[in-house]
Design a protein around this ligand. Structure first.
Ligand code: MG
Length: 491
């Protein structure tokens, strides 16, 4: 698989970087799950030191020269080209953005996170605003240093989704916005359920846990390479993909569809990492290629498979066995409970119909922030107006509005659109296959998994996202599939 001697040397050097990243992953997972609270005092220092080490190994002159030399070589295989491409992407950030800016950004964001948490608790945007102003200023510098062709926001999009531009995102939303609004009006006039009594029913954690494990068994999770833990914010982590992949779930004690679908969501992410070709393990291409493609896998499992009538029929016996309170509910009731649609204020609680309008709002505001057309102080009012225009609901305070997401406090501007790309690609996969619901009805999850493995998973990061989609499906982010999927489902 590796024929070039230069690439072989690159991989030898990279092994140390991989090992340091591996240590970071284990520590990150531990921090979120079992570490006692005060452990953070040592952990934060250890992680910062290791991050510095990784940077030092990345910028090692010999290593950089090897990468440059490999780039000149003819006849590289796809894997070798993928390795060079991903390493160059990592290097680009370190090489173009001055260390002072990186350092300043790290400092501001760690302070901003604390300020954001307090601001959200007190619903006071003014406590967070000065930090966000600094973050926006520094992010503008980052965009200029990284470079772009048409719009500074494109430089930021590319950080999270290689090759993504504002033009792509505009094209997606120009289809989604009218499509979703039309659908919402239709659901409103036909009285599609906006609430369900099961949303209020409390559950015992152990019983929902047992139900989730049995559902995952039905899906055929690999026992020796996968585990589930509990954390305040559910996530997936590939400690060593494809050999050790972990997810977490959160239990609030009421509304059991929440942990069920968050487990399915994270399992979709995990399956991606679990199916990456073993030969790519511990190389720069041995992980999912981008946030958008990753999210397509989680949304596919959560929504396309998980919220389908066929899946409900497959798992309802398991659910009833573990959850006594379901005795009086039919499969039809469960389907409507899993698929309530109501315009709401909080993105993370949004259903699959309204979700992308939350992203559209954030995308528009981010672009305006980056060009300076909107000042940070204007954000709360604009946010609320836009919420009302898009979804017909208005936040009563900033905690329900502009302060709800953690992303900006981390300095993640340009990240949100990847969520919508995930939804778009998930719907695209559904139509490209054409028989997913039949397979789910038969309980043939192995065939579903095999299709995803062949089209997406096994390739890791060998090809950039758009190229992967072109190779596997013949097109990239075509939003018409998502509108069609929603239209057909909520008919
Ligand atoms: Mg996700």
């Amino acid at each position: 698989m590796i024929k070039s001697e230069t690439v072989r040397q690159i991989l030898d050097h990279y092994r140390v970087i991989w090992a340091l990243g591996h240590a970071q992953s284990v520590m990150g997972w531990d921090s979120e799950t079992y570490m006692p609270e005060e452990g953070i005092k040592g952990r934060a220092v250890a992680r910062a030191e290791i991050a510095q080490l990784i940077q030092r190994f990345m910028l090692d002159e010999k290593f950089v020269k090897l990468i440059e030399r490999a780039e000149e070589e003819k006849d590289l295989t796809d894997v070798e080209r993928g390795i060079i491409r991903t390493l160059k992407r990592d290097l680009k950030f370190y090489q173009r953005v001055p260390p002072e800016v990186v350092k300043e950004l790290a400092k501001v964001t760690s302070e901003a996170f604390v300020a954001w948490r307090e601001a959200k608790e007190k619903a006071r945007f003014d406590l967070f605003a000065p930090y966000l102003e600094k973050i926006v200023e520094l992010t503008k510098v980052v965009a200029e240093k990284l470079g772009y062709e048409e719009h500074p926001y494109d430089a930021l999009l590319d950080l999270y989704e290689e090759g993504l531009t504002s033009r792509d995102v505009e094209a997606v939303f120009s289809v989604l916005e009218p499509g979703i609004k039309t659908l919402l009006n239709r659901l409103e006039s036909r009285g599609w359920p906006k609430r369900h009594p099961l949303e209020e029913v409390p559950y015992e954690r152990q019983k929902v846990e047992a139900a989730i494990m049995e559902v995952l068994e039905l899906l055929g999770y690999p026992k020796s390479r996968f585990r589930i833990d509990v954390s305040p914010h559910p996530f997936t982590i590939g400690i060593t993909s494809p050999f050790d992949v972990r997810i977490t779930v959160r239990y609030r004690g009421v509304d059991f569809k929440e942990p069920l679908f968050s487990a399915l969501h994270e399992y979709g992410h995990a399956l991606y990492e679990l199916n990456i070709d073993e030969s790519l393990a511990m190389t720069p291409v041995g992980t999912g290629v981008s946030l958008g493609i990753h999210e397509s896998q989680s949304r596919f499992m959560e929504n396309v498979v998980g919220r389908s009538r066929e899946f409900v029929a497959k798992i309802s016996t398991i659910l009833r066995k573990h959850l006594d309170f379901l005795a009086k509910y039919t499969d039809d009731d469960l389907f409507y409970y899993f698929n309530v649609v109501r315009p709401s204020l909080i993105r993370t609680e949004a259903d699959e119909v309204t979700y992308n309008l939350h992203i559209l709002l954030r995308y528009r505001l981010e672009r305006l922030m980056i060009t300076g057309e909107v000042k940070v102080s204007q954000l709360p009012e604009l946010w609320n107006d836009e919420m009302e225009r898009l979804l017909g609901v208005r936040p009563r305070n900033d905690a329900e509005g502009v302060l709800q997401d953690i992303h900006w406090s981390h300095g993640s501007i340009g990240y949100f659109p990847t969520y919508t790309l995930g939804n778009v690609v998930a719907a695209m996969i559904y139509y490209k296959h054409g028989k997913i619901r039949e397979l789910v009805a038969e309980g043939n999850f192995a065939a579903v998994k095999e299709y995803l493995r062949e089209k997406i998973h096994r390739w890791g990061s060998i090809y950039p996202p758009k190229e992967l989609l072109l190779r596997s499906f013949g097109e990239t982010y075509n939003a018409h599939y998502l509108v069609k999927y929603l239209d057909e489902k909520y008919r």
